[in-house]
Design a binder for this molecule. Structure first.
Ligand SMILES: Cc1ncc(COP(=O)(O)O)c(C=O)c1O
Ligand SMILES: N[C@@H](CCCC[NH3+])C(=O)O
Length: 435
């Protein structure tokens, strides 16, 4: 047995036949049992990430609440794991809320986000008494107030604000800038806070920001924190409003490629909590409760995607393509963000990777490329390609493009594989098609 590369799931290894093993199970055998494309998750990896966030943040500031951003990958099995680790949950739709509820996730630990929540979703949030409704704009504030008054309830709310910080990540996953569809500008948030403080049916708990995703630099987190704490000091000065909770969003980067290593969770936590403490002291603010909302960093590394190699196409002097039986419909990230992955052959992990291939998906788009000019051993039809770090934002962003069946998901725990989401079938595709 040898170790798998560091960005494979926690319990991964390479056996004497050169096969990838996850939680002791042969990944190639799993593809025979469940077919391909197949997403294989390691439950221990998810649990360890939840514990790492708790350890690193609450160890430095006890009043920190770790909230899993469900958009990264929410199934009932994952919701149950996260709940049992004592994390909260960020949802952005009625659908995510229903999945969480049906998994028994405590609704008072749920934060309901979204920049354009429907009336039905706001009603659901009130009905299920979610812990926090994170109000994005003044339209939502007015509607929510009316709805809460009609029901005669008092809902705990936060405001999403834009601190105007550039996190130096991909433009499509940058969210805390002023020209963003998400959140209130600071002056608008101030006016909204004054309005909320008068409300009998809404209780303003504090503020939230989320500046973007896959953020390698620590400084933008600190800049956003400083701007927001200064805003909180202004709210105290101008309105007498004392913030009970500051929700700092997610955005922690993870490793996708050899040699491209982000800070550890501990390093992020150290810098963020220190800045929080120092700035609160400087501004004369009592330290509020702190929330962090990691999505990607909680689940990305826990899963690999397994594909079968089919056609191999050599265009002499130009490029060699190896085509797999999935692609952009189950992982849109390379097409959408030019995200890079480092695939291997799950059945020949120990072979020398001396050949250059471009991994093409099977969808009817030239842009359906999962990885460009990467190194693999000489590939043959039937080999199993493994893409590590596929636990976040792959399946949740998947589609039925070209009438593709979304892949199966398997969870490994204690040496056993459990199907947590079956592969779709033609019945799934035609269920909503009324002819
Ligand atoms: C409000 C909010 N919180 C948390 C997250 C999770 O982000 P990440 O997966 O980068 O940790 C997101 C998504 O970007 C988000 O919009
Ligand atoms: N979907 C993005 C992250 C955006 C998170 C949601 N705001 C990704 O795959 O990197």
């Amino acid at each position: 047995m040898k170790n798998a590369p560091p960005f494979f799931p926690l319990n991964s290894s390479i056996d004497d036949n050169g096969h990838l093993r996850i939680g002791g199970l042969d990944a190639v055998a799993l593809t025979k049992e469940f077919g391909t494309p197949l997403y294989v998750f390691d439950e221990d990896d998810i649990r360890e990430r939840c514990r790492e966030f708790k350890r690193e943040f609450t160890g430095r500031y006890a009043a920190t609440h770790i909230v899993f951003a469900g958009k990264a990958c929410l199934t009932r099995a994952i919701a149950k794991i996260v709940a049992s680790e004592g994390l909260g949950l960020d949802v952005v739709s009625g659908g995510e809320l229903e999945i969480a509820r049906s998994a028994g996730f405590p609704t008072d630990a749920i934060y309901f986000h979204g920049n354009n929540k429907s009336d039905a979703e706001l009603e659901m949030a009130l009905e299920y008494r979610v812990g926090r409704i994170v109000v994005d704009n003044s339209f939502e504030l007015g509607r929510l107030e009316t709805m809460a008054a009609r029901r005669g309830v008092r809902a705990d709310i936060m405001f999403r604000i834009k601190p105007g910080i550039d996190p130096h990540t991909h433009a499509k996953i940058t969210t805390g800038n002023i020209d963003s569809k998400f959140g209130f500008g600071l002056d608008d948030a101030s006016a909204a806070a004054a309005q909320a403080m008068k409300s009998k049916n809404l209780r303003l708990i504090g503020f939230h920001y989320h500046i973007g995703s896959q953020i390698f630099e620590i400084q933008p987190f600190l800049d956003a924190m400083k701007t927001t704490l200064e805003f909180m000091a202004r709210m105290k000065r101008e309105l007498g409003f004392i913030t009970e909770e500051l929700d700092t969003g997610g955005g922690y980067a993870i490793q996708y490629l050899s040699g491209v290593v982000p800070p550890t969770i501990g390093e992020y936590a150290e810098a963020i909590v220190n800045a929080f403490r120092d700035e609160c002291r400087r501004l004369g603010l009592a330290m509020p409760k702190l929330s962090v909302e990691p999505g990607r960093a909680t689940v990305a590394r826990s899963a690999v995607a397994l594909y079968s190699i089919g056609a191999i196409k050599d265009i002499p002097g130009i490029r060699r393509y190896a085509c797999v039986d999935g692609g952009m419909a189950d992982n849109i990230r390379p097409a959408l963000y030019c995200s890079q992955y480092e695939p291997y052959l799950a059945n020949r992990m120990s072979d020398f990777a001396g050949q250059t291939y471009t991994i093409a998906g099977r969808f009817c788009e030239s842009g359906d490329i999962l990885a460009t000019d990467i190194k693999l051993p000489e590939v043959k039809r039937g080999d199993i390609l493994v893409m590590p770090v596929c636990g976040a934002y792959c399946i949740p962003m998947s589609s039925n493009y070209n009438a593709f069946y979304r892949p199966a998901m398997v969870m490994i725990k204690d040496g056993k594989a459990r199907l947590i989401r079956r592969r779709e079938t033609v019945e799934d595709l035609t269920r909503t098609d009324l002819g």
